[in-house]
Design a protein around this ligand. Structure first.
Ligand code: 97T
Length: 222
């Protein structure tokens, strides 16, 4: 898989060199390119944004700069992901779909977002364009949202995770989440004991207890 990120803050993507993803890059499973949007400006002030048509607070990122940055990256294999609070909510199902892509581009907007014509244009050219949000809260920009998505997606790639067993177990659990409580040694810690059933060696009873616990947690959260 190839991943490109376009941003005015390339330093945000430094963590991609660490641990798991650093190893995936060394193994040739993953190629990552981080691109400074400002390097595509042509004016003396290197401006990437301007005031919104129709008025209102804040600034909007200029479409020409985004076009200059994205044109050389786009291929028929590309899924262009535009981070925006107004996008479709990211979830595990989406992570699984994107994990099957050859090429992801993360367009990280700051301020009040990117001129709406950027997504509209690439969609009109028959590229796959996805407007995505990671949740109902406001971030300073799309960089951290991109990092969240990149971690969720790349850990699904064959050879990235050390232990593919945990992926199998995850996909068994409903919606891909392990929601039951977990325990390790010691048997008693600060007077609190591990549930006796987990020491029984009865694997069917343990599985039943865990799914009851998951269900209990899920209903408590709703
Ligand atoms: O709040 C944002 C600002 C810019 C780009 C993305 C976001 C966001 O994404 N998910 C939640 C918020």
């Amino acid at each position: 898989m190839r991943i490109d990120a376009v941003t005015i803050f390339p330093e945000y993507f430094a963590p991609l060199e660490l641990s798991l993803l650093g190893k995936a890059k060394e193994r040739g499973i993953l190629t990552i390119g981080v691109h400074d949007l400002r390097s595509f400006t042509t004016d003396n002030h290197h401006s990437v944004d301007d005031t919104p048509y129709g008025g209102g607070a804040g600034m909007v990122m200029k479409p020409e700069i985004w076009g200059q940055a994205l044109d050389p990256l786009m291929t028929p294999q590309t899924d262009l992901i535009i981070l925006t609070p107004a996008g479709e909510r990211f979830n595990q199902r989406m992570a699984e779909k994107f994990a099957n892509s050859q090429h992801l581009i993360f367009a990280c907007g700051r301020y009040e977002g990117i001129d709406a014509r950027v997504g509209q244009y690439y969609a009109s050219q028959n590229f796959r364009v996805h407007e995505v949000s990671i949740g109902d809260f406001v971030l300073g920009g799309g960089e951290v949202a991109s990092l969240v998505m990149i971690e969720a997606i790349t850990r699904l790639l064959p050879g990235v995770l050390g232990n593919p067993e945990s992926l199998v177990e995850e996909s068994h659990a409903q919606d891909g989440f392990l929601e039951y409580p977990s325990y390790t040694k010691p048997h008693t810690w600060r007077g609190i004991e591990v549930p006796e059933i987990l020491l029984s060696g009865n694997h069917a009873a343990i599985a039943a207890w865990r799914s009851a616990q998951s269900l209990k947690r899920a209903t408590e959260r709703l």
